[in-house]
Design a protein around this ligand. Sequence first.
Ligand code: C2O
Ligand code: CU
Length: 466
Amino acid sequence: MARFAISRRGFCASLAAGAAFGPRPLRAAEMPDLMAGPTSVQIAPEGYGKTNVWSYGGTIPGTPLHARQGERLRRRLVNELPVATSVHWHGIRIDNAMDGVAGLTQDPVAPGETFDYDFVLPDAGTYWYHAHTNSMEQVARGLSGPLIIAEAASDAPDVDRDEVLMLDDWLLNPEDGQIVDNFDNAMTLSHGGRMGNLIGTNARYDYTLPVKTNERLRLRLINAANARIFGLRLEGVTGWTIALDGMPLEEPEPLTGPIILAPAQRIDLIIDVTADEGDTAGILRRDDEDTWRPQAIFPVRGRASKSKRAAPSALPPNLRMDMPNLADARPLDLPMEGGAMGRMRGGRMGGGMMGARDLMQAGQFWSLAGQIGLDETPFARLSRGEPARMKITNDTVFPHAMHLHGMHFRTIATDGTQGPMRDTVLVLPNEKIEIAFTADNPGKWLFHCHVLGHAASGMTTWIDVT
Ligand code: C2O
Ligand code: CU
């Protein structure tokens, strides 16, 4: 009897204490569907017809999922695709069985089958979900969507509007506007990954968001591109960064220089529109020729208030944001090799050694700590609660966006100070960085490059937390 007498307050308190609840039986009505299937949408410019895509819920971006911190998310993946699939909830410090990695945390869901995802959302912030079975193809075909977790109502920042901007990059055939389907092209795998020729925001290449002078917006930027690193600049606004990869910064940081957003990274901004009525504010993107082009256009129509507002205050911190204990941290070493113009001579794959030529023939181009792709043995075994620090050395001539599942980490500066919590870090060519995290989430967690072609051609490993 007593176990049902728990009060609402007690329930929230136990959530706050990080208690794990066993799954309870669900009635069908409590498990809304998340349909993955083919559809067609207008993403190409006028003059082209619709593009055939794969999507969640029939839209691009996929159905936006909204919840509040501490709640449970329940979705029944219904696979109407012609191929097997699974869903990964990127950046959620999730129960391992729900992480959606086909071949590691679950079996792929065959066409016509379903899978019930049911998990607690421990953190507020900007997250996203995407396919994690052959993701280099499935994400490129459109299988991703925003996952927005609200702070408790009293903690939400005071803004006029809250907007999600999902940045994408489509590789379309200029003849017919359809997706180019050479996903495992050796040239792109061994170079910078699959770059598109139609860059957009929320599936619009001319994404437009009317704003007002002195209006305050929260912008949640999500880089859903397969490989593109966005260099962005805002115009006609002043702004602050308030969160990275979902996790609040201790203090809002005024926007000064450009924003770099690697694949899978998110940034939450608060912006005040300073441009006058009739002007245009917006977000510009640096393109390959080093010119700035519009990524999001904010036409200024009207005035929200006469005066500017005071600087925003910080978001409330999420739970478990304490600094990893560096003194006791287990040291790990992760050299990255391979790619075009790289030095990879060979590596371990499928339990044996393989030379560079054989690897190339197998469509594999990259290694992490000498290992190509997933092995039965993890890169590291950590015991629950153990702090770890990992030195990542990029011995390639390409940038990589390294993502850890299940836990956020902090970069460690040379003087030992720790940066903000992130789940994906950009490692530039020939750069060495060090990250630290507390292995507080048990399970099998992938660590891979979020340039999805790199992940598929060697740059994927895993960590076991027991
Ligand atoms: Cu965004 Cu392994 O995932
Ligand atoms: Cu990479």
